[in-house]
Every structure is written in C-alpha cells, then in structure tokens.
Design a protein around this ligand. Structure first.
Ligand code: GUN
Length: 300
C-alpha cells in the first residue's frame, strides 16, 4: 500500500533502541556468568576511515557495559603475527567476539586471516563456517549490515513472506548474506549486480530493494515500484563541489527522486550505516550467551 508521504527510516533511532535493549541484557549475562561480554577489535595499519570505525566501536562497546579489547598493529605486521594474535583471542575466555577490521594492508592473505577466527566468536559472520551455516539455515552469526537491514525491514513490514526482494550487489559482507536472510524470511529473492541486464525492469517488480553496490545514485526514482521499501547501504562520497569542505555523502539510490515513489526509505547518512555497530554489539552478546550455554537473549 502506498502512503501519501513516504517514511524516512531513522537508522540512528533504530540503533539507539537496539543499544538500549542490549544494555538492559548485559547485567543479566553478568549475573549468570560473573563477567561482562567482551569484544576484541583488531586494526592493522593507519587507514583513517578504519581508525574512525574502530574508535566508534570501542566507545559503543563500553557504553553498552561490555569489555572492549582494542589491538592496533603497525601496517608492516607479519601475516604469522596477526594469525598468532587471532589465535590468542580465540583462546581468551574473556573474548566473545573478534572483529578484524578490513581491508587489511595488501601484503596479507585476508582469506587465511578470516579462516583463523573461531566461528563461535565470528561476530562479523565472515568465516566460511558461518557463511555455510547461514546458507543451510542453521544458527549462524550473521554479518552486521545485512542483519541490521533485516531487523529494520521486520520493523517496517512485519512478516515478509511472499514479498519480492531485489538485492543489488553481491559482496561477501552485505549482498550475499542479505539474500540468504531474505530467503529465510520467505521472500522471493533476486540478486542483481554490475552485470545484470535490466536492473530497472527487475526493480519495478520489487516490494523490497536493498542497494549494496557502491555506485552513487545509481537507482532512479522511476525504477521503483510504488510502495516499495528501500534500504540503501551505499556510502559514496561525491567529488568536492565549490563551497564544500568535503564531498557530499550519498547512497546508491537517488533519494530525493525516490521519495515520492516509495513507502519507506533509509537516508544516507543516518540509515543503514547507522545501525551496523549496534548490530555488532547484538552479535557479541549473542555469541557470549551461546558460548556460556545460555539462551539467546529475547527480542534480539
Ligand atoms: N570494514 C568495513 N566494514 C567492515 C565490517 O563490517 N567488518 C569488517 N571486519 N571490516 C569492515
């Protein structure tokens, strides 16, 4: 059903709500286990964007009442030293979640580093074991951005059964797990990507559109079905225009154009990206509960 005015889905408010629910669960975990859940984040090198992400993760982890273990390694760290750190974190009882910030500097074998992470501590849902569990539909830790999208979709639409969903983009951390999650919700899922022949034609049938390609404003307003729910995972910085200090951030969807067509849409910034860290905390609490043999906290 089309509403007169599209809802702009507030990712920040959604994340704040999720963080509150997590914060309320942490003392219950602590009471039962005698310790707080712990998240270890590993950053190699000095990529400025990654430094900002890692600092935000640390702050949010502490604010939720969890333990934060930060490991910053120089860019010229050896592969075997990084793997040794991951193995140490695997064995550390105080660590429930391990996140190795990507991308790693080019001399690393990223795949080998990821495979060294204990799947039960893989709060990024990035190991082959968790990707396999998700594909099989068994209990898995799932990548934070697509899981955040699913939680927002459930909030907006309730039951997703039978809806047509198009996921644009096939990345390991977003597009692929997103498609698997939607399939589990009984959506009819189409995966589109850079080689797709008729993207406008596919999107015109979609009740749900998930954009995860990284092409600024690729998806035009008149490509969208009236009443669609659109989640825009793109974070693209445009070239600097006269009078601007920094290029404007835009998504993969032409937001202003899309608004009159859709039922609801996430903005950029303040939409999908704003939820990721809250979902990381959720995954850490879930991993901690599973490791302690406790039930998954309710409502998460
Ligand atoms: N770099 C940018 N986003 C992510 C993420 O979700 N996980 C990891 N590990 N690295 C990232």
């Amino acid at each position: 059903m089309t509403k007169d005015v599209a809802a702009i889905i507030d990712g920040k408010a959604f994340a704040a709500g999720l963080r509150e629910r997590i914060k309320a669960e942490v003392p219950k975990f602590q009471e039962q286990t005698g310790r707080a859940p712990g998240l270890a984040v590993v950053l190699v090198g000095d990529d400025p964007a990654s430094q900002v992400y890692v600092a935000s993760k640390h702050k949010a982890t502490m604010a939720a009442g969890m333990k934060s273990f930060e490991h910053r390694l120089p860019a010229d760290t050896k592969q075997e030293d990084l793997i040794a750190l991951v193995e140490k974190l695997n064995a550390d009882e105080a660590v429930d979640g391990i996140l190795v910030q990507l991308p790693l500097p080019p001399h690393f074998d990223e795949k080998a580093v990821i495979e060294a992470i204990d799947p039960d501590k893989d709060v990024d849902g990035i190991t082959p074991v968790n990707a396999g569990r998700l594909a099989l539909g068994t209990e898995a830790l799932v990548s934070c951005t697509p899981l955040g999208c699913l939680l927002m979709l459930r909030d907006e639409l309730g039951d997703l059964t039978g809806l047509d969903a198009v996921v644009v983009g096939r990345s390991i951390l977003f597009g692929k797990p997103m498609a698997q999650l939607l399939l589990q919700e009984n959506c009819t899922v189409t995966m589109a990507h850079s080689r797709t022949r008729d993207l406008p034609g596919l999107l015109r049938r979609a009740d749900i559109v998930i954009a995860a390609v990284g092409v600024p404003m690729l998806i035009k307003g008149d490509w969208l079905k009236p009443g669609a729910v659109v989640l825009d995972g793109g974070i693209n910085r445009l070239d600097i225009e006269p009078g601007e200090a920094k290029g404007r951030l835009v998504g993969d969807v032409a937001f202003e154009e899309a608004l009159p067509h859709v039922r609801a849409i996430t903005p950029v910034p303040g939409g999908v990206g704003a939820t990721t860290i809250a979902v990381l905390l959720r995954n850490t609490l879930v991993a901690a509960s599973m490791r302690a043999g406790l039930a998954k906290p309710e409502g998460l």
